[in-house]
Design a protein around this ligand. Structure first.
Ligand SMILES: [Zn+2]
Ligand SMILES: [Zn+2]
Length: 84
């Protein structure tokens, strides 16, 4: 019986590790690169901490705050910055 407990424990530890690695990857994806100085800034920042460049602007279609270096608005799928 102790072998079974060991196997169950190692499976649990494996899943905890996988979740931990996933969490770390999500953190990396939360950063954006400043278009002016290439500094990595956190997703929630309004301005670059290095050069004070504005990182966000309002989507012209849905008015949500989106990052300037994103090509498409993730909220409405509109191509950013195209006003035709
Ligand atoms: Zn910058
Ligand atoms: Zn939008």
């Amino acid at each position: 019986m102790p072998t079974l407990i060991c196997v169950i424990l190692s499976i649990l530890i494996y899943f905890v590790m996988v979740e931990h690695i996933k969490g770390n990857n999500e953190k990396l994806e939360e950063s954006v690169t400043c278009s002016k100085c290439n500094h990595e800034a956190h997703n929630s920042f309004e301005f670059c901490p290095e050069c004070n460049e504005k990182l966000k602007e309002a989507c012209h279609a849905c008015q949500k705050e989106i990052h300037r270096n994103w090509r498409y608005c993730p909220y409405c799928g509109d191509v950013k910055g195209v006003e035709e």
